[in-house]
Design a protein. Structure first.
Length: 95
């Protein structure tokens, strides 16, 4: 396997240190504790923070399945929806 193939391969497992660093950034931006971001509550501000964290991990190359597992969700659909919502919010803000 050459270096290009290694770069293009999606990352499967999210190291805890990487998840913590993403959560720290999201905690500061949204002023929400990490335990709530990882939790099940559906308050609008928490949902936005959770979706933003998922989108950040996706931008770093992690698979939807690994993101869903890190957030203790049932399947990759939640992570896919989160990434799409953040993309939509960002495109709306540009208008």
């Amino acid at each position: 396997m050459n270096i290009i193939e290694k770069i293009d391969r999606p990352k499967r497992d999210i190291p805890k240190s990487e998840l913590r660093s993403v959560l720290r950034v999201v905690e500061m931006v949204f002023d929400q504790p990490a335990k709530d971001i990882l939790g099940q509550r559906r308050y609008e501000r928490l949902v936005e923070a959770r979706q933003s964290a998922m989108a950040m991990l996706r931008a770093r190359g992690y698979t939807l399945e690994s993101i869903a597992m890190a957030f203790k969700r049932r399947d990759h659909g939640t992570a896919l929806w989160a990434v799409q919502r953040v993309r939509d919010r960002l495109s709306w803000d540009k208008r």
